[in-house]
Design a protein around this ligand. Structure first.
Ligand code: DQA
Length: 151
């Protein structure tokens, strides 16, 4: 049986985690978050890839690549593109892979321009405000789904 696979996409400025506004985003670096997700994936014997880009075009291209190299689930923190990117939304709609939208901070407790997302209505769910645990909760959900629906 082929291992189930998850792609975690991190949008712009998330490469600066650890340095960037820790009052909103915590102290963990992106590598630390990715390492925690990789350990969880290993325990669950699923395959996990992580990808960060500051470029909308690169994120669209990465999502489009899933047409050829498919994955079972996507976890995406679109970061600032959450509030701006119809292009990334359209790529996810085209690919049809189920995805969860995650945010480290609680976007609803912040500026009003962060309250609108181009992704939430087409996501399986949205997890916002749990810090790095937003990603962990999303990955646990995907693993639970895989266990409920054996390949
Ligand atoms: C974010 C929230 C966005 O509003 C912001 O632009 C980010 C990070 C979060 O994880 O809390 O870059 O997606």
């Amino acid at each position: 049986m082929a291992a189930r696979s998850v792609l975690v996409l991190h949008g712009p400025n998330l490469n600066l985690l650890g340095l960037r506004e820790p009052e909103h985003y915590g102290n963990l670096t992106l590598d630390a978050i990715n390492n925690a997700l990789n350990s969880l994936a290993q325990q669950a014997t699923i395959s996990l890839e992580t990808f960060q880009s500051n470029s909308e075009a690169e994120i669209v291209a990465k999502i489009q690549s899933l047409a050829v190299k498919t994955v079972d689930f996507v976890i995406i923190n679109p970061a600032a593109f959450t509030h701006t990117s119809i292009a990334i939304r359209d790529a996810l709609s085209a690919i049809k892979t189920p995805f969860i939208e995650v945010h480290l901070s609680n976007v609803f407790a912040r500026e009003s321009f962060r309250h609108h997302s181009y992704f939430s209505d087409i996501a399986v769910g949205v997890i916002s405000g749990l810090g790095a645990d937003s990603y962990v909760a999303a990955l646990n959900y995907a693993i639970n789904q895989f266990n409920k629906q054996p390949a």
